[in-house]
Design a binder for this molecule. Structure first.
Ligand SMILES: Cc1ncc(COP(=O)(O)O)c(C=O)c1O
Length: 382
């Protein structure tokens, strides 16, 4: 297989691995690299999963996913958006990444163009090129304060545009598209007949009163909308590998063909466990969001009190920090920071060519780790 340049090693893992090696050599490492929730999967998910195993749900499930879970997912969206999703509009996948990839592979055809907002989730360009090697990616960079230039999106649309891949709330910036921006993107999709693939994995992790508008609110484009979501971040289930997509049944049928030939089905008892998500309130979230707010505050005051520019995230796990004051590229900055202080972060270049003067700092870490990292960072920058 010919791997295009977009299908490189994931830089987020590269720095996490370097930090792991230093830790193995006995060095103190403060990992602000990856975005894993630092709380436990809720007990009700454990209990439902163990029960499912004990009850013998250890065989194949329907390839598209357990009907029980797909019904719950469809009902959940229908309650929220007065949509009319049925279970054949849902596919359960091994993680949200797989949902996004299957959606891309089902939608893109040779020579198509796809619009990506930059900075983007690190795997998107590779996913596009693996899904359709001839697809051309049109990057639209956010403004330096991470607001969206909607006219730049409009200008990126051409006759060949097949889809836009959006991620709001966004990794790495924590930017949340406004209701108006979501509406304009939907209008553009309708006028120009392209798909919206919306990765909404951080939708439940917005803070300081930020309102997240799901693309699901725009049912007038339901035949062109594929929403990818799951429980990895909201229910600390990154290791369980579970996600889903909800969208038009013709695209879902194609995604199911991919699943049949590649994955067969997503782990059956884990799907049973996920049903518990819909029978329980996410009581763990308010306290966790409060913690995230405090960490956002801590990072922001640490860097702004040193006179450094920062744009606070509105949601998610990350602060995308402007390091242009340092006058070096983001790889060099991260490598030096790791060597001198043991703080592991991710270079901005991993998230788009225009962002080599930023680094991504994860706030999904223990408070003590972040506090210690802020002391060391202050000493280092000074
Ligand atoms: C935007 C975005 N999409 C998808 C994922 C991956 O989700 P999952 O672990 O469920 O595949 C992440 C994880 O960092 C993410 O930030």
């Amino acid at each position: 297989m010919l791997f295009s340049k977009e299908v490189g090693e994931s830089l987020t893992y590269k720095f996490a691995q370097a930090a792991g090696e230093m830790r193995a050599q006995g060095k103190e490492i403060l990992s602000l690299g990856l975005g894993e929730p630092d709380f436990k999967t809720p007990q009700y998910v454990f209990d439902a999963t163990v029960k499912a195993m004990e009850e013998g749900h250890t065989h194949y499930s329907a390839t598209q996913g357990l009907p029980e879970l797909r019904n719950l997912i469809a009902d959940d969206y229908n309650k929220r958006f007065s949509s009319e999703y049925k279970r054949n509009n849902v596919i359960v996948t091994p993680g949200i990444k797989a949902a996004v990839y299957f959606a891309l592979a089902s939608v893109l055809e040779p020579g198509d163009e796809i619009i990506l907002l930059s900075p983007y989730y690190v795997s998107y360009p590779a996913m596009v090129k693996l899904a359709e090697p001839t697809a051309e990616i049109k990057y639209v960079s956010l403004n330096r304060d991470f607001t969206l230039d909607i006219e730049a999106v409009r200008a990126a649309v051409s006759e060949r545009t097949k889809a836009i891949l959006v991620n709001s709330p966004n990794n790495p910036t924590g930017m949340v598209l406004s209701a108006d921006e979501v509406a304009v993107i939907c209008e553009l999709a309708k006028e120009n007949n392209f798909y919206i693939i919306s990765d909404e994995v951080y939708e439940k992790l917005a803070y300081n009163g930020t309102v997240v508008t799901s693309f699901g609110e725009h049912q007038e484009i339901a035949d062109k909308l594929i929403i990818c979501n799951g429980y990895s971040k909201s229910h600390a289930m990154t290791g369980w590998r579970l996600g889903f997509a909800i969208g038009p049944s013709d695209i879902l049928a194609k995604m199911n063909k991919l699943q049949q030939h590649i994955n067969t089905n997503t782990c059956t008892f884990i799907q049973k466990g996920a049903c518990a998500v819909y029978h329980n309130e996410p009581d763990h979230l308010p306290a966790y969001i409060e913690q995230l707010e405090k960490r956002v505050e801590l990072f922001d005051t640490t860097v702004t009190s040193m006179g450094k520019r920062n744009v606070r995230p509105a949601a998610g796990f990350f602060n995308f920090w402007d390091i242009s004051f340092a006058g070096v590229d983001s790889n060099t900055f991260c490598a030096e920071l790791l060597k001198k202080t043991g703080i592991a972060t991710t270079p901005g270049i991993a998230f788009g060519a225009d962002w080599d003067d930023h680094i991504r700092v994860s706030l999904a870490v223990d408070d003590k780790v972040l506090e210690r990292a802020m002391e060391l960072l202050t000493g280092y920058i000074k």
